[in-house]
Design a protein around this ligand. Structure first.
Ligand SMILES: [Fe+2]
Length: 306
């Protein structure tokens, strides 16, 4: 990727994925354009006024999204059981960051998928992606319960990897939903981002995604073109939800989490990705029941085609 440049690699991957998934892509777009209302209705309907992502993001502090209470309760159980110790599934990469969740949790704690596939959430993501989204099966993981903890970090004063500004290249566009599982302050190493407009200006000014640029960018380089005040730290009470296009907004997180940070990260993509992760990685498989709504089945099965 570094030899070809990120933008070129994304173009190549997109062409490849179009050959493979153009029918799924067209189907998901057509469903969005012609049947979204019916699909949302069959899936339980909307329970509150819509949330609209503006400039690549939206923060919902209402605590009213469906199943949010259950997500918070079940997360507490998982955190109590597994936090503070290194899980075996975490490799050397990102010593400061680990997924406490397991695939089995999705069956044992249905709240996570109920939340991720609720109509209120999916209408926001569908409108942004202009298609019926799929829960990502490779990168980013579809569902992660993440602990960031400086105690695990072998170099807490040396930000690196996802602790440095970058724009995700996996899928264009993709949307993350991030739920704060505990109150979050600057000491927790909050998720920090630049809104989309500012990010895109910065991207052009820095020639980011070109062959000349590394994937991760130093603060010094970013703040040489954008005012530091533009950065938004996702510091809010437990239960606050961020919707963000991580493929459009510069972001970083988990920087020196001297107080452990706990968040739920949900990743949605369209059918045609801009990376090769589906070629080289095993795919996550989500539990689907016969009784699930059509919309839920489509979101949980990326390859589905009717
Ligand atoms: Fe990222």
């Amino acid at each position: 990727m570094s030899r070809l440049g990120i933008a070129n690699t994304m173009r190549l991957a997109y062409s490849y994925n179009r050959l493979k998934f153009h029918r799924q892509d067209r189907w998901r777009r057509t469903l969005y354009q012609t049947q979204l209302g019916t699909l949302l209705e069959e899936n339980g309907g909307l329970s509150r006024p819509p949330i609209e992502m503006k400039d690549g993001w939206a923060i919902d502090t209402s605590m009213s999204l469906p199943h949010l209470d259950r997500v918070l309760d079940d997360s507490e159980k998982i955190i109590a059981e597994r936090c503070g110790q290194r899980t075996s599934s975490t490799g050397a990469y990102r010593s400061y960051f680990q997924n406490l969740g397991t695939p089995e949790d999705l069956e044992r704690y249905p709240a996570f998928l109920d939340f991720a596939t609720s109509s209120d959430v999916l209408s926001v993501v569908s409108h942004y992606l202009q298609c019926i989204p799929a829960l990502s099966t490779t990168l980013p993981s579809g569902i992660r319960l993440v602990e960031s903890n400086a105690a695990f970090d072998d170099q807490p004063d040396n930000p690196r990897d996802s602790q440095l500004y970058h724009i995700d290249y996996y899928s264009l566009p993709n949307v993350y939903i991030i739920v704060l599982l505990r109150d979050t302050t600057p000491e927790h190493g909050p998720w920090t981002f630049l809104p989309r407009g500012v990010s895109q200006k910065t991207r052009r000014a820095l020639n980011y995604w070109s062959r000349q640029r590394a994937y991760r960018v130093s603060d010094e380089d970013i703040y040489s073109v954008v005012d530091r005040k533009e950065a938004i730290e996702f510091c809010y009470p437990r239960g606050t939800v961020l919707f963000i296009e991580s493929s459009g907004c510069f972001h970083y997180g988990s920087r020196n989490s001297i107080k452990p940070r706990f968040i739920l990260m949900i990743g949605y993509t369209g059918a045609c990705r801009t990376d090769f992760s589906e070629v080289i990685m095993p795919h996550e498989v989500y539990p689907i029941r016969d009784t699930d709504s059509r919309l839920r089945k489509i979101v949980l099965n990326k390859n589905m085609l009717e």
